[in-house]
Ligand binder design. Sequence first.
Ligand code: DGJ
Length: 746
Amino acid sequence: MIEQKENVFVISTENTSYMIGILDTGHPVHLGYGPLVDSVPSMETLYGRVRPNIGTAAYWDEEHRDIFPANLPLEYSTPWRGDNSEPAVIVEYGNGCTALDLLYRGHRIYRGKDTSFPASVPDSEGAETLELELSDSVLPISLYLSYTVFPSSDVIIRSARIVNGTDEAALLRSIASMQLDIPSDGWELVTFDGAWARERYEHRRPLLPGVTAVGSRLGCSGNEHNPLIYLENGRGEVYGFNLIYSGCHRECIDVSPFGRTRVLTGINPYGFSWRLMPGESFSAPEAVMTYSRSGREKAVLSFHSFINDHIVSGYWKGRERPVLLNSWEASYFSFDEERVLSLAEAGKELGIELFVLDDGWFGKRTDDTKGLGDWYPNRDRFPCGMGKFAEKIRSMGLMFGIWMEPEMVNFDSDLYRSHPDWVIALPGRKPLPCRHQYILDLSRQEVREYIIDAVSSVIDESGAAYIKWDMNRTFTDLFSYGSMGTAGELMHRYILGLYEVMGRLKERYPKVLFEGCASGGNRYDLGMLLFMPQIWASDNTDLHDRVMIEEGTLMGYPQSTMGAHVSASPGHQSLRVSRIDSRFSVAAFGAFGYELDVSALSDDDKESVRDEIAFYKKYRKVLQFGEFRVEHVSPNQRFWYSTLGKTTVAAEIQTLNEVHTGRLDRLRLPCAADGKMYRVTARKERIPESSGAAGGMTEDFSIEVSGMVLREYGAALGPQFTGNGFAEGTRILGDFGSRLYVIEEV
Ligand code: DGJ
């Protein structure tokens, strides 16, 4: 709901309110973002009548000697007019100046939302938007700030659009999607950072005076810093931010000397510039934000439901994802049709629903040095072509899926030999290679058409129900031979081009399940999720590393979006040895599958896989679409919960088995309700003989407990094996061990 009373606007979601006031000078100021208000507060209440004096800072004018821009909580800031913190927008106009005063001119409140940006929350039904029109006090440069709410979501969507109304070209140097100025209140910044194979590890740091920034300069949202961030004050208050964008982004927090903490998110200004001709406008990508008064858990749930309800759209919205078997870690580049068919058969036997043929099926691609871009089947491997091969897979009763990397080209490929000018390259320099490949310039229409045709013909020929869309390098050598764009525009034009391609393919093949991938999680963001309902979280499938990767990912993105597979032991990335059931318990909290040679498993492990798949199918809706919660008991032990309706699947996850602790683990359920009874049951697993135990199945565990007790005290799980033998009920978890429990409200 959006209300206005005099010069105060209140934008409310189900549980939160965001308030803006307009000063009589026209400055739009932030009045607060917090719990839902019961009425529209007055300006005087929240802004005050008399404002503190700031020593050496400039004030607005002689009539407003208490308006110090250096101390104003602005909705959107500009340089060189008294506000010395990081500005939201820098535009260089006519005479090379960048100073602007963006003052209130008008507003409109309307049903729906603007969906003109190519990666924009698509459904405007039920949405309500406040658009503030600001313009400079001297030049006809305007800025439109929009704030959209959906009735049942605790998320606000923000964006900004600038219009050059002057009769000269202007150069946009930076434009934030949103600014939030809040009182400095002991905030800590939580970010999700990493690199290849260790994406989105959570980090926390105090925010001290000055600028703290994370972001990406990689050409994609990147594995170094995800656009998801939180500000937390340790007293239960949490702000969460994310960006609907897949390119270079920046999250910048500037703590001023006068108690103002400014949050800016948007396109990374690094290397960015955009020429705005007279009359032209530029729209920044949409940002999303949420507020919680009761800790991060609520903020996470708000983001999850927002993504499931409003970011993922079309056929796969809310639809259960198939259990897949991917060929990559089973055979890498060494396979032929026969080997792949026997892998698929073994998978079908165990309950797999979708078989995915990964890299190596096309052109001369027998290793990663060649063939990328030549999207026709390798006839040595698939003599009858992809159509016939896919038919064989389908005749086993499996869906067929296939891998592509459409944005890239190997320099040893027919495509590169015929179109060397299609790649991103600087004049007179050879582009830097990465995995023996170059990047196709998606800012060019003919390249976009080529990609759409290439992907369409693969889907048409094979009837693929699933495409794994990979992208395996970061960007260098920014220059475009073909587009109108300057180097400063290229990165953004590339992303706009990518959105056009994905949008048209999604429209043409609405039922095809696209899974985004970029060497694992190098492009895990809301922009990709608008077009591809799930993303391969990481090339690292090691169960211990995956706990951090998945938990970091789930702090901003729901389980349904997160590709998570069980692969071999020892793990190919870590050489860690682990039980297949423990690997399953961690991977089960995502869009689940296997990525190993299932035909080579021991009979016991095959039985385990069969049971795992059956369990996953039974609780798939809960695991993919449930409310996700985490509880850290100690650095060595944590619990994950996914709750839908009356059912919760919980995982106990431990790092190392601790010997002789005398500890009795308890399973709690943080969302258990008073006055209700719950039954807690352990998932039965096979005990490998190698564990030193007699083999057989794990102990029976089933108990009924009241909601209050389960929430506050927990149910005792029985002792773990800690070095002094087995007794009845001894549980075996071992190092990196995890175990699933089902909790049903009875
Ligand atoms: C990187 C992906 O993340 C892997 O899963 C696999 O598809 C390889 N590329 C194939 O080259």
